[in-house]
Design a protein around this ligand. Structure first.
Ligand code: SF4
Ligand code: SF4
Length: 367
């Protein structure tokens, strides 16, 4: 097993003094930009404040819950395209760079550097990683840590005890490497930076009957560092099977177990997460979260090949981002955009509660 790299002094201070801190004034300017963007999205559609962007479908793992790897994975946009999207959308305040595994792009540090430079109003940036290369993860993170983006979240995926994770990922040692990456990133000290373990509850890590919820959780990960989500089916993105979701009763027991053991915090993110789980429980029980979705108002999804979709789940390609000169504010001009928005608002879509769309929906505050 490869040894994880040491965290460079530049990025860590075990004494607690951050070597790179976003200025308070700049942080508040960006939070205010986010608040204004949320208000704009409440007033009018097609002015999303959050973009979920698949910057590569490349991934070294072969999960049973996601089949991105099954066909030739798209490598993702060229840096020139990344620059054009960012330069055309300075209003973006929340960016989720996803994959595949974004850090497995060989130019991931350059890509993150572009984001740091061009995302002038970015208040929140998050990306997931399978955590298979601690050095690459750290290298990708470095330009972001040195940027004024006030909130940066990294989720390292771990879908249960090591043996379960390795079985789902179809790769021996995958869990151990993910743990190394998580531990490495836990050592990074920078205000506004957080790393969590992300566990996806699915049919592959939860059986119908569950004796002890503790037995299905990643070993040794404190519940405060653990974020749960629910596996979803998507024909255009994950290209996985439609029965990937977890058995509802078992999932509800795990969620309740974790909820009860978490420290009560009153940060805005924790309050939003609390509401997320209220609807997630309803989604698990009734198959519907019971509220309208903010896709195409609060958020939009950009596939690795540049195609625009309302979200990661609804298979309604609207066109290519180049068709609107890379401007997200013009996606309403794309063919079928208005009818797709109408379908979303009439709840005539697959009806999911995917966190990529659920969190911005909650900020939007619509019922
Ligand atoms: S779920 Fe994540 S780690 Fe697994 S194959 Fe898909 S992108 Fe890779
Ligand atoms: S409810 Fe789910 S499937 Fe429907 S538009 Fe929203 S995110 Fe997409």
């Amino acid at each position: 097993m490869r040894r994880p790299p040491a965290v460079p002094d530049l990025m860590i201070s075990r004494t607690g003094a951050p070597p790179v801190a976003p200025g308070r004034r700049e942080s508040w300017r960006r939070y205010a930009a986010l608040a204004r963007a949320v208000l704009r999205a409440r007033r009018a559609a097609f002015d999303p404040f959050k973009l979920t962007w698949i910057v590569t479908e490349r991934c070294s793992l072969r999960c049973s819950t996601c089949h991105l790897w099954a066909r030739a994975p798209h490598q993702g946009p060229e840096l020139e395209c990344v620059e054009r999207v960012l330069a055309s959308n300075h209003q973006l305040t929340w960016l989720n760079l996803s994959g595949g595994d974004p850090v497995e792009r060989c130019d991931a540090p350059e890509l993150m550097g572009l984001v740091a430079r061009e995302g002038r109003d970015l208040a929140l940036l998050d990306f997931p990683t399978a955590g298979q290369d601690p050095s690459a993860t750290l290298a990708a993170l470095e330009p972001l840590l040195a940027s004024p983006i006030p909130r940066i979240y990294v989720t390292v995926s771990l879908d249960g005890p090591d043996a379960v994770h390795d079985r789902i990922r179809r790769c021996a040692g995958a869990a151990a490497r993910a743990r190394q990456t998580f531990e490495l990133l836990k050592g990074v000290r920078r205000p506004g930076f957080h790393v969590v373990v992300g566990m996806t509850l699915s049919a592959d890590n939860l059986a119908g009957s569950l004796d002890d919820p503790r037995a299905v959780l990643p070993e040794g990960v404190p519940v405060d560092d653990l974020h749960l989500n629910i596996a979803h089916h998507s024909s255009h993105y994950y290209r996985n099977s439609s029965d990937v979701g977890p058995p509802p009763d078992a999932a509800l027991r795990v969620v309740e177990h974790v909820r009860r053991r978490r420290r009560t915090r009153l940060s805005p993110l924790d309050l939003v997460e609390h509401r997320y789980w209220r609807h997630a429980r309803r989604h698990l029980t009734d198959g519907d979260p019971g509220r309208s979705c903010g896709a195409l108002r609060a958020s939009v999804f950009l596939a690795a090949d540049g195609r625009v979709y309302p979200c990661s789940i609804f298979d309604r390609p609207l066109g290519h981002i180049a068709d609107v000169d890379y401007s997200l504010r013009r996606i309403g001009e794309l063919n079928g955009a208005a009818t797709t928005l109408d379908a979303v608002e009439r709840r005539d879509c697959p009806r999911c509660w995917s966190p990529c769309e659920a969190f911005p929906t909650l900020l939007l505050g619509r019922r």
